[in-house]
Each structure stands twice: as C-alpha cells, then as structure tokens.
Design a protein around this ligand. Sequence first.
Ligand code: AHM
Ligand code: MG
Length: 344
Amino acid sequence: MNRIITLDEFIIRRQKDFPFASGELSGLLRDIGVASKVINQEVNKAGLVSILGMNGSENASGEDVAKLDVFANDRMKDFLKTSGECAAIASEEEEGFIHIDQVEGKNSEYIVVFDPLDGSSNIDVNVSIGTIFAIFRRKSASTGPIEMSDFLQKGIEQVAAGYVLYGSSTMMVYTTGKGVNGFTLDPGIGEFCLSHPDMKIPQRGKYYSLNQGYYRSYSLGVQDYLRHCEKEGIGLRYIGSMVADIHRTLIKGGIFLYPETKDNPDGKLRLVYECNPMAFLVEQAGGIAITSNLTRIMEEEPTGLHQRKTIIIGSPDMVNKAAGFIESHIVEKEKNRASNVLSD
Ligand code: AHM
Ligand code: MG
C-alpha cells in the first residue's frame, strides 16, 4: 500500500519551489486548509440547523447560530488574522478590505482574497458548495498602509489560488503556479490527503455548463455555440455552484460559461476572488479561461474588489470553439458597422 501524503507534508515538500519564500506562503496555505476543515464540519451539520436553531436564534447549547456563509467568512478571517503571514484580506462577504495587525516576529507580505462559501443558495437543498481563494504578494511598501492597489492586481500576479469543494467528499485543490494538486479530506484522520496529483484538464469533454434558462438573453455568438453543442449532442451539466461545476470540468473536461445577460450585463461572477483563482487553476491544468470579449481573464485589470466579469473556461478545444462562434459575430457586427458608416 502506498503511504499517504497529507496536505501539510506536501506543502512543506514544495516550499523549496519558491526561492523567495521562507515558509510564509506554506503557512498561509496550511491555515486555509485548517479553516476549511472547520467550515466543512459546519457544512456537514447544515441540515441540522432547523433542529438546533436558525440564524438569529440559539442552538441547543445556547450559542448563537450564524448563517453558514457568515460562519465561513468568520472562520477564514480568524485563521488568516492569527497566521501572521497575511497583511490584509478581502472577502465576498465584506464591503471593503480588512487590514490585519502584524503578529510580532512575523513578516506579513501576503494579501488573501476569498469567497468563503460560494453557491450558498444551494445549502438548503444539500448541493455542493465551496470556498474559493487567491493569494498575492503585497505591492505597497511593507512600512506603509495597505492600499486598494494591493488587491486590484491582475490574475497573472497570483502566487497561489485554490478552492475547497464541500461535496460527496471534501476536497482542496490548489496551485502555486507549478501545476495543480488535489487533496481529499479523510474524515477518519481529519487530514487532507493527496488524491489527485498533477491534475490535467482533458483537451475536450462531454459536457457544457451554463444556465441554459437564460438562453434568450445571451449574445448571438453564445447562442450559436449553444446550438452547436446541441447539434453535436454535447451533454448539459449545470449545478449552479461554480466550484462544483469547475471541479467537474477540470476532472472530466468540458466548458463552463457565465456570459453577460440582461440582469448581469458584465457577467455575474466576481473577477478578483472567483474568476481569477479559477482561471489560474484551469490554466495551470492546461485549460483556457477568457472573458466573453475573448480576452484572457488573468490579464484583466481589476477596477474594484467586487467587480463582475464574464467567463468562459475549460478544456482548450471547447473554449476555442466557443470563442470562434463569438468571434464570427464580432467580425459580422464590425462589417455591418463599417458598411453603415460608408452608406451614411
Ligand atoms: P454566490 O456567490 O451568491 O453564491 O453566487 C455565485 C454562484 C456561482 O457559484 C454559480 O456559478 C452562479 O452563482 C449561479 O448563478 P445562476 O443562478 O444565475 O445560474
Ligand atoms: Mg460567490
């Protein structure tokens, strides 16, 4: 039998990949791993909330029961605040960024952004949800205050990113820019164990994934691509939980899209802590991640912490195919515009 490799062990072994790092990044990844184990415990009890108490009420032990996404946010904050490696954090659950006081004797050089519990509308129905995170090195001088520009770095500046999927089993998948590795939580020993080393996304897959119900509000290029999928008999899989949909796409191959719609003209998903970390992971696994303007997600200049972005991500052949349909409509539009100008 092969000896298992735990997340902590793996992170320490990989530390030497970072010439500039003296363990801070490793410490941060381990802290996120521990926070997610605590969140996982609570997620597993979600169905019991109505028995033990609802948000705003007390549970059987007389403690206040927090909503699960608030609970997840608080745990991520607790662990990152005390780690000593993190200078500031930003979260989907917080309006602005949060500065973290330096822990004595520690050098806080990192910025962490996260969505503590993505897909939280799925909690009530026992469907998979997840935590998404990304880590940057701070840009501002370590002697001065943290600045918004520390958070508004392009995706290509990420030093690490990952997600935790609370599914039929709990998994942490992360990258530090040297491939992608997945760890499954063994509930018996309470450790994440390396289960998916060096993950590679298949060149193409059997599924496309998007909210098909918004079909009429998608651009003509996206509609054309969806008709192509239908014609080719490509299956539709959509959980409505980005972490779970991307996880399947990463393992089985496929494409995930959240383009612009009438309700969300810039897309729904957030560039800084949803699109960029997923783009980093998928690219590291050999996939492609672009906006519906066909620009690379990780080269987009963020303009705000909670800015939304369109996303088309997944297996290279499928993303390129979708891009081709979108492109031909852009070219068509351009031609029409030019001929209108000439005839004016
Ligand atoms: P949330 O951050 O409010 O949980 O919303 C994000 C979720 C993603 O996980 C998922 O991909 C998307 O919203 C689904 O949106 P829709 O219901 O419009 O298809
Ligand atoms: Mg979210």
